[in-house]
Design a protein around this ligand. Structure first.
Ligand code: 13P
Length: 365
């Protein structure tokens, strides 16, 4: 379906939403937070690795993962001078949201970030588990008790949330069952977030694992986004009060034919244009296992070529592609080096979000 037709469909469905739920003060707040999250020139730092994932990252540099070392690492990231010039929000894991700066005044992280003009965010899903009946596919869990958890996170200072759905490409995958179950959960989560005053980051990630082509990634991502927006609208989610966090349209890690930067930019833009309503204020990509340089080069190419045709702000919400250099430079104790590496990546991605980083990535592919 063409975007024009699609927007008409979305608009008429949205009207029904406004008749049912009124456009009140809470909605205005959500809109303003969502806009702030994707403001031009800034992106979101995803530092919400669960404890097992964080431990894996630490293992790669030979650092023991403890409550204290994780606190120290996150403090190093968030304490980077000048970070607020390029970063609008930080997504934290539950443990981190309850931790504090490691210097004398021990300020809780949400308060510390807010004082620097950075929005505190929280990952609220409880992880992707095997989908019953589909042994190679995943369903993200965490809806039980979510309303109470969200109210508590708001009290602790969070202003936005994240939920990641995982879609796997393979033989006979993804199934409709997997796409629908995950889209439904994303929509239920998103509506609960908005009720609690938190902007939901809606993250349907089509994984880049495997050997599929960029065309297959395009087809699956298109199918997924379509169902996700159908479900968001069905659950009365205010589209102006979300941030979409999708994968880029890329060749799988083991595909023999790796699409170049221009092709990635072209197909990603086309997929989003055809499937993401213009009411959504912003799109913040995940990096998904791309190298830090490539993730940045792709974002730059999209913004350079298509920003005039994009109704949403298009930026980054990277985990690995922002943190990898910083983690290596930190190496367990080198705070200053870690911070310099993070600031460098944040700054370059900020340029990419404006399409101004071409010189930096001339030789990347
Ligand atoms: P990556 O950028 O490392 O994919 O992480 C982003 C994220 O938040 C995954 O949920």
């Amino acid at each position: 379906m063409f975007m024009k037709e699609k927007n008409i469909k979305f608009k008429s469905l949205k009207k029904q939403i406004f008749y049912i739920g009124d456009f009140n003060k809470m909605n205005e707040k959500l809109l303003s937070i969502a806009k702030q999250m994707v403001i031009k020139g800034k992106g979101i730092l995803a530092a919400d690795e669960s404890t097992p994932t964080c431990s894996k990252r630490f293992e790669s540099i030979g650092v023991e993962s403890t409550y204290e070392s994780r606190n120290e690492y996150r403090d190093m990231l968030m304490g980077t001078d000048g970070l607020n010039e390029y970063i609008s929000g930080v997504i934290m894991f539950d443990e981190t949201l309850r931790q504090s700066t490691t210097c004398d005044d021990k300020t809780p992280f949400p308060e510390y970030l807010s004082s620097r003009g950075i929005l505190p965010g929280i990952k609220v899903d409880t992880g992707a588990k095997t989908l019953a009946g589909f042994e190679n596919e995943k369903i993200t869990e965490g809806l039980d008790g979510l309303r109470d958890r969200l109210n508590n996170y708001y009290k602790l200072g969070a202003r936005f949330a994240k939920w990641r759905a995982v879609i796997t490409i393979g033989d006979d995958m993804p199934s409709d069952a997997c796409i629908y179950a995950n889209a439904h959960a994303l929509a239920r989560y998103a509506r609960l977030c908005q009720e609690a005053g938190l902007v939901p980051i809606v993250e349907p990630e089509v994984l880049m694992d495997g050997s599929h082509t960029i065309e297959t990634c395009y087809e699956v991502s298109q199918r997924t986004l379509n169902v996700v927006f159908e479900q968001l609208i069905m659950q009365h989610v205010l589209l102006e009060g979300i941030v979409l966090k999708p994968n880029m349209i890329i060749s799988a890690l083991n595909c023999n034919d790796q699409a170049d930067i221009n092709k990635v930019a072209e197909l990603t833009f086309k997929c989003l244009k055809d499937n993401v309503p213009s009411d959504v204020p912003g799109i913040a990509f995940l990096s998904g296992g791309q190298s830090s340089d490539l993730a940045s080069a792709h974002l730059n190419a999209m913004n350079k070529k298509y920003s005039n045709e994009m109704p949403w702000n298009v930026t980054f919400s990277y985990g690995r592609a922002l943190q990898q250099d910083a983690l290596n430079a930190w190496y367990g104790s080198n705070r200053k080096k870690g911070q310099a590496a993070l600031l460098n990546r944040a700054k370059n991605n900020s340029l990419s979000s404006k399409g101004l980083a071409s010189d930096l990535y001339e030789n990347v592919n």
